[in-house]
Structure formats: C-alpha cells, structure tokens
Ligand binder design. Structure first.
Ligand code: HEM
Length: 211
C-alpha cells in the first residue's frame, strides 16, 4: 500500500504544481500540457513517456486496491469476533470508517476528471480544444456544481492522503515517541497543502481570476 501510495503522492505533487501554471496564462498552461506529451523526446517518441506514467498510475491504483482488500481480509480472518469495546481508534473518525468508500469515490472522481479535462467528453469545450479552454469552460461560473464536485472530491483526496501518510509512517516504524506528533503534523500539513494547491485553480476560474 505504501509503495503504490507513494507513487501516487509524487504524481499528485507534480500535478498540483503543474496546474498552478494556469495562473500564468493560456500559453504557459498549454505549453506545459504539450510538454507532458513531448517529454523524453528525442530519445522517446511523442506521448511514450506520458503513456509510461499512465501505465504506472493504473498499475499503482490496481495494486493499491488489491492490497487494501487483502489486508482487510487478513485482518478479519485474524480477528473474526468484533471487539466488545468501541475503543477510539488511533486514527481520526473519517479515516477509520470511510477510507475504503472514500477510495472508491476518489476513483469515480478520477474517471469523471479524465472524461472532463483530458478527453473533453463531458466538457463544454469538447475534445477539439486546448487544455486551457477545457479548464476555463469546465469551471465556468454557470457550472458552479462542477467546481463544487471537485472541491468535495479533492477534500476527500486530502483526507485519504492524511490517513494514508500517517499509516505509512506507522508501518515504517517512524511514528514513535518523539516523532509521533511531528509526523502527524507532516501528514496533515502535506495533505492540506495539496488540497489548497489543487483547489486554487477551479476556484480562481469560477471567480473570474483565470479567464
Ligand atoms: C482540482 C484540481 C485539478 C485540476 C484543475 C486538474 C487538471 C487536470 C488537467 C487540465 C488534466 C489534463 C492535462 C492534459 O490533458 O494535458 C488533468 C489530468 C489528470 N488528472 Fe487532474 N486536476 C485536478 C485534480 C486532480 C486530482 C485530485 C487527481 C487525482 C486524485 C487528478 C488526476 C489526474 C490524472 C490521473 C490525469 C491524467 C494524466 C494523464 O494525462 O496521464 N487530478 N488534470
């Protein structure tokens, strides 16, 4: 879970920073989108590096889900009888109860997101448009509900990440004694930073700052 999670965290950091190029204008954002397709050239041909990234991401998502399911099965086999006492778990309420449902909702969001901003199928600008046009038309003020959906989904990504990072720290044996509190802050801080960074773009488009 930790390795595939780490791959996705690295992708999310890169993706969030790249999205902020939208504040530099259409040319800068489209140039960045085009770089994603031409990176690795001339050693690799058009879109090869991006396809490798996509395959790594799909494999990571699949393995992440597979690990989650097999860990849950192992846990219920090891302890088929429920605990009598409802003890407050180590991690916060959202994480314990809804990590798996949250994960499924995030997956559905990513599918919608690809149809929206990558393929343009559910975007008013359509497929035959630039990535910047899809961004500006997709989050137009009249489509406030799309922005709202993104806000909810990205907050869920943040909560998922906070718990995921914290679990990884514990699994690696890092979160003990003195490092317990600081690492909790690192997990929450990095997640909050990602959420804020991601949300600035759709909110700025909706507010007319990016147009
Ligand atoms: C909320 C702010 C977000 C914005 C404005 C945004 C924007 C974009 C845009 C414009 C693209 C298409 C790039 C292109 O065609 O060149 C894209 C692709 C993508 N986004 Fe996002 N994104 C956001 C959040 C997220 C989140 C939270 C995730 C994951 C949980 C995510 C996962 C992806 C994936 C997997 C791709 C496809 C990458 C590829 O082409 O291989 N995005 N995003």
């Amino acid at each position: 879970m930790a390795v595939t999670g780490a791959v996705m965290v690295l992708f999310l950091i890169g993706h969030m920073v790249g999205n902020l190029k939208a504040f530099l204008g259409a040319a800068s954002f489209n140039e960045y989108a085009s770089f994603l397709r031409t990176m690795g050239e001339p050693l690799l041909t058009y879109r090869v590096a991006l396809t490798i990234v996509e395959v790594v991401l799909v494999v990571s998502i699949a393995l992440h889900m597979w690990s989650a399911i097999s860990l849950a099965r192992r846990a219920s086999k090891a302890r088929p009888v429920k605990y009598a006492a409802k003890r407050k778990a180590q991690a916060g309420g959202y994480a314990v109860h809804t990590m798996r449902y949250g994960g499924v909702i995030i997956l559905l969001f990513v599918i919608y997101h690809l149809l929206d901003l990558t393929l343009g199928t559910v975007n008013p600008a359509g497929f035959d448009s630039t990535p910047y046009d899809r961004l500006v038309e997709g989050f137009a003020p009249s489509r406030w509900w799309v922005t709202l959906f993104y806000v909810v989904a990205v907050i869920m990504v943040g909560l998922h990440l906070r718990h995921g990072l914290w679990s990884a720290f514990q699994t690696l044996g890092l979160a003990s004694g003195r490092s317990y509190r600081p690492l909790k802050v690192v997990a929450a801080g990095l997640s909050a930073l990602l959420v804020l960074g991601f949300l600035t773009v759709p909110v700025a488009v909706m507010a007319g700052v990016i147009k």
